[in-house]
Design a protein around this ligand. Structure first.
Ligand SMILES: NC(=O)CCC(=O)C(=O)O
Length: 264
C-alpha cells in the first residue's frame, strides 16, 4: 500500500484560500498513491485560535468541496486532515474528513480530546463523542487528531473496532517533538498497528511546528520520517503485517479487562 503524508507549511503570510488551492495541487501530484493524508487544521493553523471563528466553515464548506474534488481528480483515498467546522447549532469542532477515490465523503471525525486545558481549543470547541474507523480495500484506518495521541485508551478502542492503521493528523509544536515521536511509536507497539502521523511545518501564532511526520510499523520500527520543513513523505507498507504481528506475538490476546479496583 502506498501512502503519502503531506506535511504542509502553515504560515500567516499565506491566505487560507491560497493554502487550500496549494493543498489540492500537492494532492494532484500524488496520483498513483492509495492513500494521501493531510495534517490537523492546516487551513487556519492549529494554534491560530483568534482566527477560528472567522474561518469556521459548515461541514460541507469550501475545504470539504475542494478536498472532495482533489480526491476524485487524483483517484486516491484522501484523509483531508481537519478544519474548523461550525455545526448547525453554532458549536465549533475540529473535524477531519475522509474521501473515497470517487470524491464521496466516507467519514467525518470530530476531535475527541481538545487541547489547551482552560484556554484555546479546549474552551472554543466542542468535543467529539464518537470513535471513527473507515474500511479501505487494504486496511481499516482509525482516526485520531493531535492531542488524542496522548490517550492510549482511545487507540485501543479503534483497534477493538477493527483498525490496523492508526492515522494521527496533527499540528504538533517543536517544543514537544520528543513526545510526538515517542508516543507515535508507543501507539504502534502497544496496538500492533501501523501509525501514520502527519504534522505541519512552519510557524503560526508564534508556535514553531515540529514537522517530523512519521510512519511506524506494527513492530515499532520507523519506516519513514520527515524533516522540519514542508515535505511530502511517501511510504510503502504491507497491511498484512498487522495480522502477522498479532499472530506471532499475540500480546493483545493477553489483555485483562474488568479487573477488581484496589481495596480501600
Ligand atoms: N493541537 C494539539 O492538539 C496540540 C497537542 C500538543 O501540543 C501536545 O499534546 O503536546
Amino acid at each position: 500500500m502506498r501512502a503519502s503524508l503531506i506535511q504542509i507549511a502553515v504560515d500567516p503570510d499565506e491566505s487560507v484560500n491560497a493554502r487550500r488551492q496549494r493543498a489540492a495541487s500537492l494532492i494532484a501530484a500524488r496520483r498513483g498513491a492509495d492513500l494521501v493524508v493531510l495534517p490537523e487544521l492546516w487551513p487556519v493553523g492549529a494554534f491560530a485560535y483568534t482566527d477560528f471563528e472567522n474561518e469556521a466553515e459548515p461541514l460541507q464548506g469550501p475545504t470539504h468541496d475542494i478536498m472532495a474534488k482533489a480526491a476524485a481528480d487524483a483517484g486516491v483515498w484522501l484523509h483531508a486532515g481537519s478544519f474548523v467546522e461550525r455545526a448547525p447549532d453554532g458549536t465549533l469542532y475540529n473535524t477531519s474528513l475522509v474521501f473515497t477515490p470517487e470524491g464521496e465523503r466516507a467519514a467525518a471525525y470530530r476531535k475527541i480530546h481538545r487541547f489547551g486545558f482552560d484556554q484555546g481549543e479546549a474552551v472554543m470547541m466542542g468535543a467529539g463523542e464518537e470513535l471513527v474507523t473507515v474500511a479501505l480495500p487494504q486496511t481499516t484506518i482509525g482516526l485520531a487528531t493531535c492531542y488524542d495521541l496522548r490517550f492510549p485508551e482511545m487507540f485501543r478502542g479503534l483497534v477493538d473496532a477493527g483498525a490496523g492503521t492508526l492515522i494521527v493528523a496533527a499540528g504538533w509544536p517543536e517544543r514537544r517533538r520528543a513526545h510526538w515521536t515517542l508516543l507515535a511509536q508507543a501507539r504502534a507497539v502497544e496496538n500492533q498497528s501501523y501509525v501514520l502521523a502527519v504534522g505541519t511545518a512552519g510557524t503560526h501564532a508564534g508556535i514553531q511546528q515540529a514537522g517530523h511526520s512519521i510512519v511506524v510499523d506494527p513492530w515499532g520500527e520507523v519506516l519513514a520520517e520527515a524533516g522540519a520543513d514542508e515535505e511530502v513523505l511517501d511510504v510503502e507498507f504491507d497491511p498484512a503485517r498487522v495480522a502477522a504481528t498479532r499472530e506471532q506475538f499475540p500480546a493483545l490476546k493477553d489483555r485483562r479487562l474488568g479487573l477488581a479496583p484496589p481495596r480501600a
